[in-house]
Design a binder for this molecule. Structure first.
Ligand SMILES: NC(=O)C1=CN([C@@H]2O[C@H](COP(=O)(O)OP(=O)(O)OC[C@H]3O[C@@H](n4cnc5c(N)ncnc54)[C@H](OP(=O)(O)O)[C@@H]3O)[C@@H](O)[C@H]2O)C=CC1
Ligand SMILES: O=C(O)C1=N[C@H](C(=O)O)C[C@H](O)C1
Length: 245
């Protein structure tokens, strides 16, 4: 029997599409407990139960937590990272569209706290990444393109996942691919890596049909990051036991 206390979680971006999924799924678990929630303006959310959703202006007032789970916007990121450093709490972030300076700040923070950032928390994309690297390495002379489609509200393009898969293409064949982005309707997230040679075309496709897959992956990561010592942790290493970052 596991008698350890549940991990105390802060949900950052609580009122968003991902935030609400995280709150709903966290409430079904006994191994972690949401102790704080924050959105830009604050909100009254049924998914948050008795936990108040504080506005970003009151971030410093959140109670003690072990790990922050962040799905918000780049402009919300710096204060949260600073808070995690100050409190000695771990950070799990899926926010995409961060600047180069923000990625560097994540690396710097890893000297003090446990940090995990991933552009996609689905199991399928973790496996796809390795397949893409292998395919690109086997077909170095072919054209490579990444086509992604998301809902109309998504702000960043190309998506974080597309850029991550692009890095796998580059790792495989030494050259970056081309990107194309579509924003329409309510598409949760679709990524196609296309390798085209003379007379043939190889496509590797991932389609997310429900954002709960991302929320489940992030909560599982949060549980494993809570109480962990300083360092930058890769999602592949954490969830799959591999070395992927
Ligand atoms: N890594 C992954 O697996 C995935 C990553 N994502 C990424 O997660 C992020 C969020 O996506 P999604 O939920 O669709 O976005 P939404 O636009 O639905 O939600 C954004 C959330 O961030 C909050 N927010 C905005 N500004 C601030 C601020 N200054 N301080 C605190 N909170 C703030 C919003 O609050 P308010 O409502 O008050 O404005 C809202 O709660 C995006 O970067 C997206 O790309 C999404 C899915 C999967
Ligand atoms: O904004 C989204 O919705 C998503 N964002 C992530 C990304 O930018 O790759 C992951 C997923 O595709 C959904």
């Amino acid at each position: 029997m596991n008698t350890s206390a549940p991990a105390r979680v802060l949900i950052h971006g609580a009122s968003g599409r991902m935030g609400r999924a995280l709150l709903r799924l966290a409430a079904e678990r006994g191994d972690l407990v949401v102790v704080a929630a924050v959105s830009a303006r604050g909100a009254a959310l049924a998914e948050a139960g008795a936990v108040p959703v504080l506005p970003a202006s009151r971030l410093a007032e959140v109670p003690a937590f072990d790990v922050a789970v962040d799905f918000s916007l780049p402009e919300a990121f710096d204060p949260l990272l600073a808070l995690c450093r100050e409190r000695g709490a771990a950070l799990v972030s899926g926010t995409t569209g961060l600047s180069g300076g923000q990625y560097s700040a994540l690396d710097a923070a890893a000297a003090r706290i446990a940090v995990l950032w991933a552009p996609n928390f689905s199991l399928g994309v973790a496996v796809l990444t390795e397949l893409v690297r292998q395919a690109a390495a086997a077909l170095p002379g072919w054209d490579a393109d990444i086509v992604e489609a998301h809902h109309i509200h998504k702000k960043d393009a190309p998506s974080g996942t597309a850029l991550h898969l692009g890095a796998a293409v580059e790792a495989g064949r030494g050259r970056a691919p081309h990107y194309a982005s579509l924003r329409t309707g309510d598409i949760v997230g679709e990524h196609t890596v296309q390798l085209a040679g003379p007379g043939e075309r190889l496509e590797l496709v991932h389609r997310a049909t429900n954002r709960d897959i991302f929320a489940r992956g992030a909560l599982e990561a949060a549980l494993r990051m809570a109480g962990r010592g300083p360092g930058r942790v890769g999602l592949g290493a954490l969830l799959l036991g591999g070395s992927a970052r």
